[in-house]
Write a new protein. Structure first.
Length: 280
C-alpha cells in the first residue's frame, strides 16, 4: 500500500498526499505557543520537521518517514502524539490515520467527555419537536441525559429508572410493554451493548452496564452467549403495549442518530407507524 499519493489537483482533498497534509498542518502553527521551543533565528513560519519530532518525543528520522509518506508500522500512540502536537481536529486526526495506516482511529482512543454537558438547549428543542413521538438522548452507556414529554407519557418507568437498557432487562414491566421482548428488543439491544463494549473496552460505565444486566437477568445471560453484534437500531420496526395507549398494541419505527459534534451521545425517536397492521 502506497500512502505517498500524487500531487493531484490543487484544492482536491481526496488527492492530497500525507506529506502535503503534514507540512501544511505544522506550518500553520506558531512556535511561540509551545513552551521551551526556541524561536530565535527562524526564517519561516510554523513548526519545523525537527520541532514536531522533538515535541512528539521521537527521532527526526522516524517522524520524517511519516511526513515523507513511507509505509511503516506506525503505532496509534505515535499517531496520537503527532495529532496532539499538530493540534489536529477530530476530522484531521482521522485523515492522518487513513493516510498513514489505512484505517480510522479506534473509537476507544477518543477522549472521554461529559455526555450530560453535551446535552444543551438546542438538542432539547430538537427532541421536544419530535412530539407526539417519544424521543430520548442517551450517553454511551444508555443513561438518559434528555427526553421529551412524550417519552414520559409512553415509557414512564424507563424515564424514572434513567437508563434505557437497565429498564429493558431489569424491569418486569418492560417484559409486558415491549412486544416480542426477546426477538425484537432484547437480542438487538444486547448486540448493541456488545458492539459498544468492543469499541470502548475501557469504558467503566459500559462495563458496569454489561455486568449488572448479565447478573440480574438469566435470559440476558442466555442471549449474550449468542455473541451477536448490532451497531445500531435505526429503521427497526417494533411493537409496544403501553398504558398511555390503554394497552393497545402500537407499531413504532426506530430512528437512531448521533449529533455530529459528539460520539458519546445518541438520539432515539420511536415514530408511531400507522401503516403497520396490529394484532397479527
Amino acid at each position: 500500500m502506497d500512502f505517498r499519493g500524487g500531487q493531484g489537483d490543487v484544492g482536491d482533498p481526496g488527492e492530497e498526499s500525507l506529506s502535503e497534509l503534514l507540512r501544511s498542518w505544522r506550518r500553520r502553527l506558531d512556535p511561540r505557543t509551545f513552551p521551551g521551543l526556541p524561536v530565535r533565528g527562524r526564517r519561516g513560519r510554523g513548526l519545523t520537521h525537527s520541532d514536531v519530532a522533538r515535541l512528539a518525543g521521537v527521532s527526526a528520522r522516524w517522524y520524517g518517514s511519516l511526513e515523507q509518506g513511507r509505509e511503516a508500522g506506525y503505532s496509534a500512540d505515535f499517531l496520537d502524539r503527532v495529532s496532539a502536537v499538530l493540534r489536529l481536529s477530530r476530522a484531521e486526526r482521522q485523515a492522518l490515520y487513513l493516510r498513514a495506516v489505512g484505517r480510522p482511529p479506534a473509537l476507544a482512543a477518543v477522549p472521554a467527555v461529559d455526555a450530560a454537558a453535551e446535552m444543551d438547549a438546542t438538542l432539547q428543542h430538537f427532541i421536544d419537536n419530535q412530539a407526539p413521538d417519544p424521543a430520548v438522548v442517551t450517553d454511551l452507556a444508555w443513561n438518559m441525559v434528555g427526553h421529551n414529554k412524550a417519552a414520559e407519557l409512553w415509557l414512564p418507568g424507563a424515564v424514572q429508572m434513567g437508563n434505557q437498557m437497565r429498564w429493558t432487562f431489569l424491569s418486569s414491566e418492560a417484559r409486558e410493554q415491549l412486544v416480542c421482548w426477546e426477538r425484537d428488543w432484547a437480542r438487538p439491544y444486547l448486540g448493541q451493548i456488545r458492539y459498544e463494549r468492543a469499541n470502548h473496552p475501557k469504558d467503566e460505565a459500559l462495563r458496569r452496564l454489561e455486568h449488572d444486566i448479565l447478573e440480574g437477568s438469566p435470559d440476558a445471560r442466555r442471549i449474550w452467549d449468542r455473541r451477536e453484534m448490532v451497531d445500531h437500531g435505526d429503521g427497526a420496526l417494533r411493537r409496544l403495549k403501553v398504558r398511555y395507549h390503554r394497552g393497545r398494541e402500537v407499531a413504532v419505527r426506530t430512528v437512531a442518530l448521533r449529533p455530529a459534534r459528539s460520539d458519546m451521545l445518541r438520539v432515539t425517536v420511536l415514530m408511531e407507524d400507522g401503516h403497520e397492521a396490529i394484532g397479527r
